[in-house]
Design a protein around this ligand. Structure first.
Ligand SMILES: NC(=O)c1ccc[n+]([C@@H]2O[C@H](COP(=O)([O-])OP(=O)(O)OC[C@H]3O[C@@H](n4cnc5c(N)ncnc54)[C@H](OP(=O)(O)O)[C@@H]3O)[C@@H](O)[C@H]2O)c1
Length: 286
């Protein structure tokens, strides 16, 4: 497994498994398959309502805690400083762990600078090893770093061959911040997965189109966290470290960029709705 050294000094596997929209009952079997296949990185969030199940799956794996890179994310209503202090403890309690490897601000709305201060204190206290953001545009990222002592290690954003995020990536590079790709498979969009180019490259390399896409992420220097609850998909998605796309093949995938995301949060909606959307994460595990 390839890994990337974050600006915190920590090493993060370049491929992990995401559990967005995975019900708690399905987390155990999916993560058991993932750990058996060699995954050592899991991406969850307060808002996924499955942190308890993720924590349980990690404990049930029998793997030493330090062998698993665990990411979670705070939700905007919990950003004001005092709330973020409590939300970090809530995250650790639900995951039943002493620390998370990476804690992200899930969205760029609400008092993200207040939350960041609480997150920096959590790093000091040993509750969190590295900090990052998700869905931050250049303006909010700059505002955050203007107020912060710790520079985000990652910005987790939508990224796949139809939305390659080249400009944002270049911007992040100047901060030593790595792009982490959500929707690495375009949320299984049929048009993306059936692109003739991936079928052609898959044939050439004896791999599947999905494996070609994930290999592209690795060679682009992205961290990718594809989601699957299907054991054969889970195993196939990590079986991408025994082939290499040639530079001209990477370039041909580069030409597929449409510069348009599948999912876009309208800014006004995000600013108004998200900070107000209170959820009791302890009660609402699903
Ligand atoms: N920060 C954010 O705002 C944010 C937003 C969205 C997602 N995320 C993170 O990113 C992760 C990935 O995003 P996502 O889950 O929405 O999309 P994704 O990983 O791009 O796509 C997931 C879909 O691909 C299918 N799939 C996976 N492997 C496959 C394979 N080998 N062959 C065919 N189909 C395959 C899955 O179905 P099967 O289960 O049937 O395999 C599932 O329907 C999330 O789980 C979450 O951790 C973060």
């Amino acid at each position: 497994m390839e890994s990337i050294t974050l600006n915190s000094g920590a090493r993060m596997p370049q491929l992990g498994i995401g559990v967005y929209q995975v019900r708690s009952a399905d987390c155990g079997p999916a993560l058991a398959s993932a750990f058996a296949a060699g995954y050592r990185s899991v991406d969850t969030a307060n808002a996924y309502l499955n942190e308890r199940a993720v924590g349980e799956a990690i404990r049930n794996s029998g793997l030493p805690r330090e062998d698993v890179f665990l990411t979670s994310k705070l939700w905007p209503p919990n950003y004001p400083y005092e709330k973020a202090v409590a939300a970090i403890d809530g995250t650790l309690r639900r995951l039943a762990t002493d620390y998370v490897d990476l804690l992200l601000l899930h969205q760029q709305y609400g008092d993200y600078n207040g939350a960041w201060r609480a997150m920096e204190e959590a790093v000091e206290a040993g509750k969190v090893r590295a900090l990052g953001v998700s869905n931050f545009d250049e303006r909010r990222f700059t505002d955050l770093t203007d107020h912060a002592s710790i520079v985000p290690a990652v910005n987790q954003v939508e990224c796949h061959p139809y939305h390659q995020q080249r400009e944002l990536k270049e911007f992040l590079r100047s901060f030593g911040t790595v792009l982490e790709a959500w929707y690495p498979l375009g949320h299984a969009d049929r048009r993306l997965l059936t692109e003739p180019l991936f079928a052609e490259l898959a044939r050439k390399h004896g791999k599947s189109p999905v494996q070609v896409i994930l290999r592209w992420h690795i060679q682009e220097g992205n961290i990718a966290i594809p989601r699957s609850t299907n054991p054969s998909h889970i195993a196939a998605n990590i079986d991408i470290f025994d082939f290499v796309l040639a530079p001209e093949e990477v370039a041909s995938i580069g030409a597929l960029d449409k510069g348009k995301p599948f999912f876009q949060m309208p800014d006004l909606l995000g600013r108004i709705l998200l900070p107000a959307a209170r959820i009791n994460f302890d009660k609402r595990q699903r």
